[in-house]
Structure formats: C-alpha cells, structure tokens
Design a protein around this ligand. Sequence first.
Ligand code: ADP
Ligand code: LRH
Length: 487
Amino acid sequence: MTHIAVDIGASSGRLVIGDIKNGKLTIEEIHRFANGFTERNGTYYWDIDHLLTEIVKGLAYAKTLGVKRCTLGIDTWATDYVLVDQEGKRVQEVIAYRDKRTERTIEKITKHISKKDIYEKTGIQFLSFNTLYQLYEEKKENLEKTKMIMTVPDYLGYKLTGCAVTEVTSASCTQLLNVKEKDFDQDLLQLLSIEREQFPPFSYPGDMLGYVRNEYFPDYDLPETKVIIVGSHDTASAVAGVPAAEKNWAYLSSGTWSLIGIESDAPIITEKSLFYNYTNEWGVFGTYRFLKNIMGMWIIQEVRRHLTKDYNFAQMVDEARKAPPCKQFINFNDQRFFNPDNMVEEIQKYCRETLQPVPQSTGEIARCVFTNLAILYSLSIDEIESISGRTIDSLYIVGGGSQNDFINEMTAAVSRKTVFAGPSEATAVGNILIQLIAEKKLANLQEGRNLVLNSFSIKRFDPRESGNDALKEQFKQAVFSWICTEY
Ligand code: ADP
Ligand code: LRH
C-alpha cells in the first residue's frame, strides 16, 4: 500500500509519496503547484476549486506511476472556512485570511465578551483572522443557506469522499473550541448565531474518513484511495514530523508563517501567556502546541514579489550574506506587515519613521528581514521558557525556511541554542507518519520521529562563543515601547 500526503500551504501545495523502505522513511514529491490568494474588488480569495483539481491531477499522476491502491492524508493552512449548503455545494467564494474585513473585529467582539474570557475558554492566541472573527463578518444570507461549516482540509476531504467531519487540529484554530469541555463553545457560537449542528462531527488524526469516490471525477483515472484523517492543520503535521528524540526541544515551523513553540501534554493558559499572546493549538494524539505566530517568510515572499522576481529564495539568501551587517531593528510582527500594498516600501517607510538607515538593495533588505526574524525567534524562546518554566536546549527548524542556512546560523547565535534544521518537507512527513500509524506500520509518534531522524540529513548549527547575543538587547531598546506591543 502506498501512502500519499497532500500538503497545501499558503504559498504552494504538493503531493508526496512516502513509505518505509529498508528501515528508512523515503519521500518523493510527485506533484507541486503554486498557491496564493488573489484580489477581486477589494476582497482576497483562495481558488479552492483549483486546489481540489490539483489534488485529483496528482492522484491521477500517481496512477500513471503504478499506484493502484493508496492511503491519502490532507493538510492545509488553518483558520479559513467553506460554507456548504443542503445540496453539498459551496455557498461562498473562500475568503483568504489576509483579507481586510477582520481588521477591527477583535475590538468589536471583545465589547461582548472579554479577551480574558475568550482566552480562558479557548486557550487560542488573538489573531485578527481566526475563524471566530471571520464568521462574525460573514454575510448573514450566506450563513442562513449554510448546512455545514468546514475548514479547508475538511472541505477538500468532503469533496473527494462525500464524508463530512470536523478534524480537531484544524478546528482548534477557529478559536471556537472550549479547551476544557472539548467541544465548540456555546457562548461563542451564540455570539455568531451559529448552531453546533452546523459543524460536522469531530474526527481525530488516525481515523479513517472514507474512500475517494472516483465516479465524482470521470475525466481522471484514479487509484483506489482511502482517505485517512491526519493532523489536517499543516502546523500539526509539521510538528508531528519534527525529528526530535531528546527532551527540552522547541520547534520552529518555518514557511509562510514562523510558528515557534513547544509540544505540551496540557494547555498552558496563564495571564502571562495571554499577555504575550501564546496559543494552545490542538495537536495530534492529544498533544497541544504552545506557540506563537511570527510573521515569517511571508515577508521575504512579498519582498521577492515586489522587488526581484529574478531571484529564487536561495539566491536571496546569498545576497543577504554578501550584504553589510543589518543596521535596522524592525518589529516584523507589527500588524502593518500583515498585508501591506508593497512590502518593500512598507519596510523602507518603517525605517524612515523610526529614523533608521533605509535598506535599498535586495541583499540589504533580505539581510534586514532575516536578521530581525532571527531576533524575534530568540525573544520568543525566552518568553516560552519564562511562561512554561521549561528550559529549552535545542530548536528544531523544519519547513521550506529550514533551507535558509543564513537565518539558521543567526538564530543559533542570537538565541544561544543548538539549532537543527530539516526536513524541509516536515509537514508532508508528519502527514505520512500519521497514515503509517493508522495503517499499523508504526507503533506511535515517537517511533515515527526516530524514523525521521534516521532517514533525513538534519543540519546542526551550534551557537558561537562570540555570538551576537547583544543584538537582542539592542532590538528591545530600539523597538520603541515594545513591551506594550505585540511583536
Ligand atoms: P508554506 O507551506 O507556508 O507555503 P513552505 O514550507 O513551502 O511554506 O516554505 C516556503 C518558504 O521556504 C519560502 O517562503 C522561502 O522563504 C523558503 N525557501 C524555500 N526554498 C528555499 C531555499 N532553497 N533556500 C532558502 N529558503 C527557501
Ligand atoms: C501555517 C498556518 C498557521 C496559521 C496560518 C493561517 O501555514 O496554518 O499555523 O496560523 O497558517
């Protein structure tokens, strides 16, 4: 039996075949496609039908490779949703989380229920685009036509199999789940005028969803495909794929977002975690991901889009290395970098406003982005240690961004932690591990993580004695009243 991971992030999607051969986990990417949102009349949309077609195309390609039977797991980014009507049809276009409609919704909602109450119920960080805020801004007539509210991966699974579930790792990012009751929170649903029944029954990583209904796709020759529920939130899969074997590790899932945190057996919900805006997303097999969203490689993706499409990411890293040391301190977690019209201009404007030298060349800008992200990572590790009371010895960086040796070196230097980098496809790997566990080819997650450790080349970056840890203090002093702002 072959196992295929569908992993769709905000910037790209892929189908990856994975299996255990000679005691090693092997993965092979068989199909890749671009993803991104587009603007129409001031609203930002995903093309969800295109994503479904790409999955089917990838499956058809697997058949041409000789795959007759397979299992399939689907993970995507979180927080966006699809409304489905009585006939099983989509009610709306899928609005992307970077849309401006929820810019002020946290303020609106917290007039009815305090931040503290929402946090104590859900344990989820306040991000302007959580499903809670998006559904608050959804058109009433759309909600009236809605039979089922689904996260993006659940919707894709539904379109493939006809089976509707609410997978818990993605559902937790709606900020609608009550972490103590382990169900949707009635007060929050009431605020949205949504019934509990509008969400399909819960499903958990390792469960079976159903078989792909090949008759739904008459134009394609598809294998017999059993869809397994994985950590359908991509970050849940990414963290499942972290090759950590020891204790005291933290992870950084580095893609469009930088998700930095620790795995915990229980949620950590304290005044301090609320103050620093840490989340407790539900992970695979009852774990929690205590983490923070840092703006991440989105910044460099947008710099590339506006400045220099001629360079690929590896070349941008080379340019950054060649540039003189970064002279700017920038709080990239400021909301102004969430979706500005032009990222390059926004960075330059920030520097002018804060009376700092303005970076101009690709190398200067890229170096400035990587340096400041490394500082943010390091500050976040300090916070995690202080909130959780745990000591962190090592940081495992996974995802596309783990290929950036320059930022890995800097992160080790500023944080003074040992950094391990890779695999870059940890999300697909974590997705495959859950399928292997469901199919009883692996006993448990730790066995899976050990397998990843023994199957991929993981790079190690040791902190240097003369590391530039002073940067962190300078950053704190430079970034205005940073202690009062989210960063
Ligand atoms: P997502 O799943 O959120 O779409 P990925 O995990 O695919 O994101 O990571 C994409 C990011 O990986 C890019 O924005 C880029 O910064 C980084 N990246 C990809 N390839 C390289 C490379 N060769 N060198 C350095 N960074 C890279
Ligand atoms: C990463 C991610 C992250 C969410 C964001 C919307 O792809 O799923 O965990 O916060 O996208």
